[in-house]
Design a protein around this ligand. Structure first.
Ligand code: F6R
Length: 604
């Protein structure tokens, strides 16, 4: 989604903005722009459709100054054109603004306050900067005009505003959309996420919803919209610059797939001590123990991770688990149990759909736990409790290591709760040992990349559609595997419960339709899935099998080391991540930045 970066102070703003925007590329965007100002008589606004590289090619040495704002736009209102790209300017050109989010009442504002204003594009953003400009024309100071606009604007937003007559200040405000302040010596910054600023500083300051910040080179003054000052401490980010590089890898996705054994081991050292005792926060354990039902709310891959963990959580904790699609539950909350507990699963911790559910849950007094990869993210701050994934930054849009880390984190939570409940299944389950075996199983699969690339070339080179099938946990892995394949290779793919295919969808199977079958469950279940493979093969399907060792046969295509059944979703998903990766690579696509997608989906 849209990304913001801004800087004021004693630095080369053009350089910092461009580096920052490059670091934000992973979030997904379709146009970009920067505004740089040296003094009121020397400023430049440059925008471009397409990649940051296209923007860079338009920037000459004349674009220089110590203050500036930059933006990557993921189109919501209006197409990806230069007119709609940010920064936007007020009617006279005096004010310049970037925005992330959606202004819900922009048409009303236009009607009520901006009659006669000539807007250049179709965005909701442009009205915000026109509004500030209009209020200043009406006689308000810049600060008063910004505050008045903030009182009127409804929806989600992160704003950074510059008055070209005062190049030493950036006005910042946010509601629901992520925004952070970065603090330097003689300069300060504002940005959608820490990754874009980590090259410049490791000192950050949070901004909460409906707060305004006046940013100068020496100060970041926080207040509410009525001007009451707010004290806010800074913190040091743990991010390491080397974590966000891709080293010698051609794509981040491959690096992140390869990092999964390390992530599993990191989770072991985080959530268990050297004796193998769980170190999950006792307050979280108690909260889950008190619940009569666990509700997992998430979107996309995180939702799939919830499903892949459902039966493990139920078996280990004895508590029923229900899954909810966040974008549905935010406004259509079903009848809940008497003592619900909500678990928000989110790699980014910023997904607007999930946040809407959390806002509702908080209003209803429901205890909540966010399991996320990003400390200090919105969902983490606003939930009752947080468990971190410790997977390191995930830059590729297609989530891989966050998915497997989510299942592993839920395993630690489930075992800790089950032990506290005295459940035999939990007490007997040596999670530390079993997860070490999972790490080894992943390592073994990672040595099969050439084999997998070869199978993919034969199976998926030209196809427009495909199916994944499986039963039990393999069905849930099939859902994730098909999401991964379609999002980065653009092959239309469905994940099916193997037994369900013959109830309708089998009519789509014709000569050479690729069907990828996952088999990791018990022998009986495996036999049923093999029966389903026969059914599709008899109708011409081209079948590829991914089978757990012990259940495999000689002519199976990919064999995965056996792991504990609670954790098989982790080991079984690895080949499917590589299948998606090679399918995308072989089609010459941008593996890390698939079209139309964004990494942090910060609009509903
Ligand atoms: C797909 C993918 C998405 C996200 C979804 C939710 O590879 O990453 O489906 O899982 O947008 O995002 P988070 O997990 O950040 O809440």
């Amino acid at each position: 989604m849209c990304g913001i970066v801004g800087v004021v102070g004693n630095r080369n703003a053009t350089d910092i903005l461009m580096q920052g925007l490059e670091k934000l590329e992973y979030r997904g965007y379709d146009s970009a722009g920067i505004y740089v100002i040296d003094n009121p008589d020397n400023s430049r606004l440059i925008k471009s459709v397409g990649r940051i590289a296209d923007l860079r090619s338009k920037i000459g040495i004349d674009v220089a100054g110590a203050t500036g704002i930059g933006h990557t736009r993921w189109a919501t209102h209006g197409q990806a054109t230069e007119e709609n790209a940010h920064p936007h300017t007020s009617a006279t050109g005096r004010f310049i603004l970037v925005h992330n989010g959606v202004i819900e009442n922009y048409l009303q504002i236009k009607e009520d306050f901006l009659a006669g204003h000539d807007l250049k594009g179709q965005t909701d953003t442009e009205i915000a900067v026109h509004l500030v400009g209009q209020f200043v024309e009406d006689g308000l100071s810049v600060l008063e005009a910004f505050k008045k606009a903030l009182h009127i604007i409804e929806g989600s937003y992160a704003f950074a505003l510059i008055d070209s007559q005062d190049p030493e200040t950036i006005y910042v405000a946010k509601n629901k959309s992520p925004l952070l302040i970065g603090l330097g010596e003689g300069y300060n910054m504002v940005c959608s996420d820490a990754m874009a600023m980590i090259r410049e500083t490791s000192q950050f300051m949070e901004i909460h919803d409906k707060e305004l910040v006046i940013l100068t080179k020496d100060q970041a003054l926080v207040s509410d919209y009525d001007g009451h000052p707010i004290e806010r401490d800074s913190y040091t980010a743990e991010l390491d610059l080397s974590d966000i590089g891709k080293g010698t890898y051609p794509f981040y996705m491959l690096k992140e797939i390869d990092e999964q054994p390390t992530v599993m081991r990191k989770l072991i050292s985080t959530y268990a001590d050297e004796q193998g005792q769980m170190t999950v926060d006792p307050a979280i354990i108690k909260s889950v123990q008190e619940a009569d039902r666990i509700y997992i709310l998430a979107a996309g891959t995180s939702y799939n991770a919830g499903f892949a963990s459902k039966s493990m959580i139920e078996t280990l904790t004895d508590t029923p688990v229900e899954l909810g699609i966040a974008s549905e539950w935010g406004y259509n909350m079903p009848l809940l149990s008497k003592k619900p507990m909500f678990i928000l699963l989110s790699q980014s911790g910023e997904t607007a759909d999930s946040r809407q559910v959390l806002v509702k849950a908080n209003a209803m007094g429901i205890p909540s736990l966010t399991i996320t990869n990003v400390p200090g993210s919105t969902l983490s701050r606003e939930a009752s409790y947080t468990m971190l994934l410790h997977a390191g930054p995930e830059i590729a849009v297609a989530s891989t290591k966050a998915y497997t880390a989510q299942i592993a984190a839920l395993a630690f939570l489930s075992k800790a709760v089950g032990e506290a409940n005295g459940k035999k299944e939990a007490l007997d389950f040596d999670l530390v040992h079993e997860l070490s075996l999972v790490a080894q199983s992943i390592e073994a699969t990672l040595t099969e990349k050439d084999l997998i690339a070869d199978k993919v070339e034969k199976l998926l080179a030209t196809t427009r559609n495909a199916f994944y099938i499986g039963r039990g946990n393999d069905y849930y892995v099939a859902m994730e595997a098909s999401l991964k394949l379609k999002e980065i290779s653009y092959i239309q793919c469905e994940g099916f419960a193997a037994g369900e295919l013959k109830h309708g969808t089998i009519s789509l199977i014709e000569d050479d339709t690729p069907v990828l079958a996952l088999i990791s469950s018990s022998e009986v279940v495996a036999a049923h899935t093999r029966g389903n493979i026969q059914e599709v093969a008899a109708r011409g399907a081209n079948v590829l099998t991914v089978v757990e060792e012990g259940l495999h046969k000689e002519d199976d295509d990919i064999v995965v080391n056996q792991v504990h059944p609670y954790l098989s979703s982790i080991s079984m998903v690895i080949p499917t991540q590589l299948i998606a990766y090679y399918a995308s690579l072989q089609r010459g696509l941008d593996v890390d930045k698939p079209r139309n997608l964004a990494k942090a989906v910060t609009v509903e």
